[in-house]
Design a protein around this ligand. Structure first.
Ligand code: FRU
Length: 482
């Protein structure tokens, strides 16, 4: 199949299924979604010639995983996203079973993308190639083929190259599984982006005092933020421990110092980035203002994927909202980018609402698609909770726990995720037709979840055991995607 043929087939698929996809009431209003089929990881997030580019893993032909393409969108404000031509299709011997995840960098005014070519033989045996494709205009990509093959000591689970520039060199981190079936992140370096040298593992399961820490590490991302080297990675195979690691696969970060000369990484413990149900494979970039920005897949590879009601309309999954990362007092804070204020309309505001052992609704604080901000100004209570649609957010001061409960996708009861929280200062939440992103205490904790509630407008209700005083602001949010 030629690249053109594979791309034409995908465009035809969009046309064929357009009416069905667009008739879904759960199509999101302000999140990036696939035009049809399945979306997973964000890829190639980069600021190029004054615009933000985001690519994504995409199977146009089914709502299951398969031979992935790279879909592509471009924006000048991180809010309004234009659809760009399909960037990569799986049509060469080195990527025929999927143009898997990867990253983008700008060099000599060109856009370079590095991705994993996934290849399987008739028996299902896997091969992986780290491949390069180059573009002069940020729209059309010329595949240059493999630049790295799997090195000795690793299985073919070797993927998701993230490239960055440091001290006169290009560096690349790759997610890997070693022959002992332990997850690792390995480092490569290059002076010309074409010839790459294996430098060794940076960290992984059974390294740096981690103990057993997963059989495969996916989607690594390494960057410098306020004098720290932060490694974001998505390990597979961690066992749930109390409130931690409750989803099938995890995404989180380590903080420490990398020695790039003698590759090694001294780091602390693994901290999950998001406490919700649907968050995986995050990727960051830095823009021209120096902000470190993050997108993630608002999904996960749960079996329940297939139970998502959007699948019967021919599409599944979305990206999260873009976030800004900051380092404060030993913690990575994540906040929605400020540009999202462009979505706001019809503000409703209340100051100093006090509730005491009661439930309360506020005129105009209702909807299906909205942003809500709550600032606690006085606290003398055990529990404070709010109901948003059929989900409940709850801070229990007595057990220092914050939790989010949603209706299960199979409609059989509810399920919850939790985190430790000592004090509730504020909540900022974004409710789209079928998603809920909750930022707590200026980004100290985040819960991201898909939710499939009654699509009609519903009032938010506030409850307290004890007495709580708070300010409320609510906005309706514009529809960006049709
Ligand atoms: C993570 C991941 C990556 C891989 C891609 C394939 O969700 O499994 O490791 O490159 O998805 O779509």
């Amino acid at each position: 199949m030629t690249q053109l043929h594979a791309i034409e087939k995908a465009y035809q698929r969009i046309i064929d299924k357009q009416e069905m996809v667009q008739s879904d009431p759960y199509r999101l209003h302000f999140h990036i979604m696939p035009p049809v089929g399945l979306l997973n990881d964000p890829n190639g997030f980069v600021f190029y010639q004054g615009k933000y580019h985001i690519f994504y893993q995409w199977n146009p032909f089914a709502t299951t995983h398969g031979q992935k393409y790279w879909g592509h969108r471009i924006s000048s404000d991180l809010v309004h996203w234009e659809e760009a031509p399909i960037a990569l299709a799986p049509d060469e011997w080195f990527d025929k079973d999927g143009c898997y995840s990867g990253s983008a960098i700008v060099h000599d005014e060109k856009l370079y993308i590095f991705y994993t070519g996934n290849v399987k033989d008739k028996e299902g045996n896997r091969e992986s190639y780290q491949c390069l494709a180059v573009s002069d205009d940020g729209l059309h990509f010329d595949k240059k083929g493999p630049v790295i093959e799997v090195p000795k000591g690793y299985t073919a689970h070797f993927r998701d190259p993230k490239v960055f520039f440091k001290d006169d060199k290009w560096l690349m981190v790759i997610g890997a599984q070693n022959l002992q079936e332990q997850g690792e992140v390995v480092l490569y370096s290059s002076s010309d982006l074409e010839n790459w040298f294996y430098r060794g593992p940076l960290t992984g399961s059974h390294r740096n005092k981690l103990g057993e820490f997963g059989y495969m590490w996916e989607c690594p991302d390494l960057f410098h933020l306020e004098n720290k080297d932060i490694l974001i990675v998505s390990p597979q195979g961690l066992e749930a421990k109390g409130y931690k690691f409750n989803n099938i696969y995890q995404s989180g970060y380590f903080t420490g110092q990398v020695d790039y000369e003698n590759p090694s990484y001294q780091h602390g413990s693994f901290e999950e980035l998001d406490r919700g149900f649907d968050f995986y494979a995050p990727q960051t970039t830095m823009d021209e203002t120096g902000r470190r920005l993050l997108f993630a897949w608002m999904g996960n590879a749960e079996i329940g994927e297939t139970q998502q009601p959007t699948a019967k309309y021919g599409w599944i999954h979305a990206l999260t909202l873009p976030r800004t990362l900051k380092w404060k007092e030993g913690k990575l804070l994540q906040m929605p980018v400020k540009e999202l204020e462009l979505l706001r309309k019809n503000q409703v505001a209340y100051d100093n609402i006090t509730i005491m052992n009661q439930q309360k609704q506020l005129n105009g604080v209702a909807g299906n698609v909205f942003e809500l901000q709550i600032t606690v100004t006085d606290w003398n209570a055990e529990i404070f909770s709010l109901t948003v649609g059929e989900s409940t957010l709850c801070f229990d001061k007595t057990s220092s726990t914050f939790s989010v409960e949603r209706k299960c996708f199979n409609k059989q009861g509810t399920e919850s995720r939790h985190c430790r929280l000592d004090k509730l200062e504020n909540i900022q939440l974004f409710k789209d037709t079928s998603s809920l992103e909750v930022f707590i205490n200026n980004g100290e904790e985040v819960f991201t979840s898909r939710i499939f509630d009654d699509i009609n407008e519903q009032a938010v209700s506030f409850q307290a055991n004890g007495q709580v005083t708070f300010d409320v602001q609510k906005w309706d949010l514009k529809k960006i995607f049709n």
